[in-house]
Every structure is written in C-alpha cells, then in structure tokens.
Design a protein around this ligand. Structure first.
Ligand SMILES: [Zn+2]
Length: 335
C-alpha cells in the first residue's frame, strides 16, 4: 500500500468514527479515538527515541508493534465492557462552576470510591487510576521478563497517556455537545495534528523516572483540563467570524465525501491556540517514554538482553475487535 493510500484509509477510519455528527445520519455521537489513529501512532513511535540505552534496543526492534498497537484500546472500546471508561475523566462532573475539581476529587482510587461510589467513577471515567494500574502491570511484566506482556502493555499504556493529554477527555462537554460545538473533539485531536504536526518540534529529549506517578498523572489531567476553556472558547470566538460555508468544507476521503472543518478555519483556530496541540503532543511523547522507563526502573532494572533475541506472537483476536461489526456502548450515560 502506498503511503498516500495508507493515510487516506486512516483518515476515512478516523472520520467515520469521529465525524458521524456531520454525515447526516442519525447515529448516536461516537466519541472519537483520542488523537486519532494518526496521533496515537506518532506519539508511541517517537516515545521509543526517549529511552535510555538499556531499553532502547528492545523497543527499537519492536517499534512497529509499539506503533501499530497504540490504537488497540480504541478498537475495543465499544465492544469490551469496562474499556470505554478508561479513556477519559469527566472531572467537571464533580464540581459546581467556579470550584476546582482537583481540590475536590480524591487522588487515590479508594478515597474516590468512598466519596462517590465505584459506579459513579466508572460512569464518568477513570483514566488517571487506570494509568496507575497499567504502570503496575507493566512493572510486573518487566519483573517476569515476559516479552509479549511488556510490548502489549507498553503499546497500550502509551494510548492512555496520550488520552490523558487531550483537554476534551477531561470534561463532560467532551464534544462541545453542551455548547453547540459538536465535532470539536475530532477537530482538535485528529484534524489539527493531521494538518499541522509535520511542523511540530517533537524532539523531547530523554525520558525520566517518575518518582510519584499518581501525582504526575493528576498533573497531566490537570493541565489538560485547564486548557478546556481555551479549546472551546476560541472555537466559539472564531465561529462568529466565519460564515458556515467557510467554516466547513467537503473533502474526498477515499471513496467518501465528508463534511469537515475547512483548512482556513483549521488554520485560524490552530494559530489562535498558539502551540497548544504541539505542547500536549510533546508532553505525551515524553510521558509515554517515561512510563516505560519508570516501570522498568521499578521492576529492579532487569537486563533485557536475554529477551532481545526472542520472537513473539500475540493472538491479536483476543483484543482487537472489528469496529464495523459491533454495537457501540461507549458514553451511554450521555444519551
Ligand atoms: Zn482512547
């Protein structure tokens, strides 16, 4: 498949998932794949280059696996019970306007369960706690020197780290549906990176060992959430300046003609936000590498030389789901 065809195919998938609201169908809104497939793959791939010499050769050898499987959690999120809630946290659900949710929602899972019940937490998303759990699982995989577990969990933790970096994954108004801005979710995380990320400086230097993972996870979520007002507010501002036929355009995506945000509007919005998308992507890459590094460090820095030569195969049917054949379960609480 040529590069161009491959990208076109990805775009069709992303667009079909993310822009259902514009295709004139009466399908329920589908929360998009965070960062789009394009962004997730880019983040995981670049994270490999942040790793120290003890880890780099193993990840480099399997960089295609780490890249391709960055999107598995999204592929199964509509089919696997309990998956969807791992990708976001509607943190503003827990507060009244003006209150700081990060002062109110307990950081530790048990404290949060005691305050709100587990059902409530699951209904409004658990990404910070799930990330913390994934870090433990990856640490165990390193202790066991289990190559397939290391690679699968590494690819997937990269996904959730990426998710936590996206502002609209931290709010109940995740697709602008409460403020008449439907579609903004995919616009921010898929369309903008696809159009502009070639020009981003995504050289992030070396990964670090994260001393207090849960605290840093919450910091990531906090930074994302504090950007929500800008993400929504600037789009609202700009919409006032654009006629609707200038705001949207139709583009051929493979065999499908899709309504999408015009290049002009995208460009103006992207400029208005400064380097926000770039900064969130940059941080995501750094933290993906740092989660991998931290898990290995906390496992006692096992030598990976003996699993370097190992071949492995994962029965992908266990966790990859054909999204065309499943009923969408995610975000039911919004309907
Ligand atoms: Zn996701």
């Amino acid at each position: 498949m040529t590069h161009f065809k491959y990208i076109s195919l990805l775009l069709v998938v992303v667009v079909l998932l993310g822009f259902g609201v514009y295709n004139g169908s009466n399908q329920p809104h589908v929360c998009t794949t965070t960062w789009g497939f394009f962004g997730h793959k880019k983040i995981n791939r670049l994270a490999v280059f942040t790793l120290p010499p003890e880890l780099f050769p193993l990840y480099k050898k399997h960089i295609d696996f780490i890249t391709d499987h960055s999107v598995d959690p999204d592929k199964r999120r509509y089919a696997v019970e309990g998956e969807a809630e791992r990708h976001y946290i509607d943190i503003d659900h827990y507060v009244k306007p003006g209150e700081d949710p990060f002062e109110i929602v307990p950081k530790h899972w048990n404290d949060a369960v005691a305050k709100y019940t587990e059902d409530t937490l699951r209904a409004y998303g658990i990404v910070p706690w799930h990330l913390n759990l994934m870090l433990y699982k990856l640490t165990d995989a390193f202790k066991e020197k289990n190559l397939s577990k290391i690679l699968r969990l590494s690819a997937e933790i990269g996904h959730y780290v990426g998710d936590a970096h996206v502002p609209l994954h931290t709010t109940e108004n995740y697709n602008g549906q409460l403020t008449n801005q439907k579609g903004i979710h995919g616009f921010w995380e898929s369309r903008l990176p696809e159009l502009f990320s070639e020009d981003y400086d995504l050289f992030v230097g070396q990964a670090k060992v994260i001393e207090k993972p849960l605290d840093e996870i919450w910091d990531i979520v906090k930074q994302s959430h504090y950007a929500v007002d800008t993400v929504l507010g600037f789009e609202r501002e700009l919409t006032k300046q654009f006629d609707s036929d200038k705001k949207y355009s139709y583009e051929q995506r493979g065999a499908v003609m899709m309504k999408t945000y015009s290049k002009e509007f995208s460009d103006a919005y992207h400029k208005m936000m400064g380097n926000m998308v770039e900064r969130r992507m940059h941080s995501a890459i750094f933290y993906v590498g740092s989660f991998w590094f931290t898990a290995w460090h906390n496992a006692g820095k096992p030598s990976l030389k003996d699993i370097m030569g190992e071949e492995f195969s994962i029965d992908s049917s266990n966790y990859i789901v054909d999204t065309t054949k499943i009923k969408i379960k995610a975000r039911e609480h919004e309907n």
